[in-house]
Design a protein around this ligand. Structure first.
Ligand SMILES: NC(=O)c1ccc[n+]([C@@H]2O[C@H](COP(=O)([O-])OP(=O)(O)OC[C@H]3O[C@@H](n4cnc5c(N)ncnc54)[C@H](OP(=O)(O)O)[C@@H]3O)[C@@H](O)[C@H]2O)c1
Length: 365
């Protein structure tokens, strides 16, 4: 089942990702149970969907099925177990009732009201608890949940592929591939994770993107695609742009514009069944209403695969909550955040190699 060199927590992280894009509004969570004597993995579980059992309960059910005594088992779980009674009852209760000997937790609950509570409860019932193993990776598994549980607004995440000097394209008006195949595979996973993917006028005109999810071994799928076009310039190529014509266009493309362009856009888009959001021209109202619309439509995370002009606007308006930067050939010469804003506060979340490239993630604000 497991890669022999892999730690139980690393395996729990991998297992959690089985539910990529399906757990909203809940987080992805993975759980691995290890026999204390033999160190063998005796049960695994992950949370599959909101309303269904949590990872810990799925793993406990396997222990029960296999007749394994939980008193000789350590449970590794990527996120602090829940201690409140939601749809499925508190996981802390289930762990205590089962009689697990020890719990190792990756990330703490991001909700300040609950953070650390499970640790107190479990310890008070005589269960050994350790926290912090692969904590950064475990926290980075759920940027959307971490944000929405605190702020109750969608996570707006900018994405950029850059050279080490920060270029996002080589020649104006020309499409160019900057990063390699490992990054392309990771971007496909992020598209699977985010319920909405955004693009902007000039990028649509130059790259003609599809923004579909193309992952090896999976059928091509598509989440909601938001096309940000204030002036309606992309409508002049309504007949030939993929995003308005592919098999997902009717259900999965939303044209996001301003009120002044709406009437013309509506006349053109109605017959194609493409949705239209007309936002106020005034910037504060524009961003406020965009967030409200996304939230109402259950688009609790937007992955902005836009060009540098749009991303700068997003940062300048204080609307970027997160940045995924994929840098070709090694770490960038300066923080990628500085390519979009001189002043935005940024906290590094994760850095890892993706083939020849380096991915850096930042929490903004
Ligand atoms: N390396 C990467 O990660 C990456 C990603 C995407 C694109 N690219 C490249 O970037 C280039 C295009 O980038 P670009 O900077 O020229 O253009 P862009 O950022 O794609 O588009 C800029 C345009 O977006 C429109 N827009 C719509 N809503 C907006 C809003 N609320 N605020 C601000 N602008 C809004 C504006 O045009 P209107 O007012 O006319 O609507 C604006 O001029 C292409 O070469 C593409 O290949 C690279």
């Amino acid at each position: 089942m497991a890669d022999r060199g892999q730690s139980p927590m690393a395996l729990a992280l991998e297992i959690a990702r089985n539910a990529l894009g399906t757990t909203a509004p809940n987080p992805m969570v993975g759980c691995v149970c290890v026999d204390n004597r033999s160190r063998e993995i005796v049960a695994t579980g992950w949370h599959q969907r909101a309303g269904m059992p949590h990872a810990e309960r799925n793993a406990l059910a396997i222990l029960r099925e296999r007749g394994i005594d939980p008193a000789g088992v350590t449970m590794y779980v990527t996120l602090e177990p829940c201690s409140t009674h939601g749809h499925t009852g508190a996981c802390t209760d289930a762990i205590v009732a089962a009689g697990i000997s020890k719990v190792v937790i990756g990330a703490l609950d991001p909700n300040p009201l609950h953070r650390g509570r499970a640790i107190e409860i479990l310890r008070s019932r005589g269960i050994a608890v350790e926290q912090g193993e692969l904590a950064q990776e475990c926290a980075a598994l759920n940027p959307i949940f971490n944000h929405t549980i605190v702020h109750k607004t969608p996570l707006f995440a900018a994405r950029c592929a850059i050279t080490r000097q920060g270029a996002m394209f080589f020649e104006a008006g020309k499409t160019a591939k900057i990063t390699g195949t490992a990054t392309a595979a990771q971007v496909a996973r992020e598209r699977q994770y985010f319920p909405a993917i955004a693009t902007s006028t000039q990028t649509v005109l130059v790259d003609n993107p599809r923004l579909t999810i193309r992952r090896q071994g999976h059928p091509v799928s598509c989440h909601t695609r938001l096309v940000f076009d204030r002036s309606g310039r992309t409508l002049e190529r309504l007949e030939d742009l993929e995003i308005y014509n592919d098999r997902f266009a009717r259900e999965r493309t939303v044209f996001v514009t301003v009120t002044g362009t709406a009437a013309r856009a509506e006349a053109l888009l109605r017959s194609r069944g493409i949705a239209l959001w007309a936002l106020p021209e005034e910037p504060d109202a524009y961003w406020r209403e965009l967030r409200e619309r996304c939230w109402e439509a259950h688009l609790d995370g937007v992955y902005f695969e836009c060009g540098p002009s749009f991303l700068k606007t997003l940062f300048e308006a204080g609307q970027a909550d997160y940045l995924y930067a994929y840098c070709a050939g090694g770490p960038p010469e300066r923080s990628p955040v500085r390519y979009f804003s001189d002043s935005a506060r940024a906290t590094p979340v994760l850095e890892r190699r993706l083939g020849e490239d380096v991915e850096q993630q930042f929490l903004i604000g």
